[in-house]
Write a protein that binds this ligand. Structure first.
Ligand code: AMP
Ligand code: ZN
Length: 114
């Protein structure tokens, strides 16, 4: 998708602080971090939401989640605790419609979220 911000990060047309890459995914630091660790994991292919990716390529969704856990391990928060969030739809706060897993941690996280 030529007008998709995260496709442009995958292609290198928009810079990002990339922390991990796998065959199907790229992980990079959120530009507006909400916690000491705030990394986004995205599939290289464009899929709008987690639900649509689950329906079309469940293995790729599993790769996104595996990589999200690996980010947490790399950041040293796999043991203390972290959160993986897929905001889905406008009311849930999704602003970029290229599916992304937020990996958040490094501080106490409230539940339920606001
Ligand atoms: P969401 O609101 O769930 O769609 O999440 C989109 C996230 O992308 C937000 O947390 C933004 O801060 C983040 N974001 C937007 N533009 C960029 C960018 N150029 N590089 C890294 N993160 C970004
Ligand atoms: Zn995209």
């Amino acid at each position: 998708m030529t007008d998709c911000l995260f496709c442009k990060i995958v292609s290198g047309d928009v810079p990002a602080k990339i922390v991990r890459e796998s065959a199907g995914t790229v992980a990079f630091r959120d530009i507006n971090p909400q916690a000491p660790t705030h990394v986004l994991v995205i599939p290289r292919e464009h899929h709008p939401t987690a639900g649509e990716l689950a329906a079309s390529d469940a293995d790729l969704l599993a790769e996104v989640v595996r990589e999200a856990h690996q980010v947490a391990a790399d950041e040293g928060i796999a043991e203390t605790g972290y959160r993986i969030v897929f905001n889905t739809g406008a009311q849930a706060g999704q602003t970029v419609f290229h599916v992304h897993a937020h990996v958040l941690g490094g501080r106490g996280l409230n539940w339920p979220p606001g």
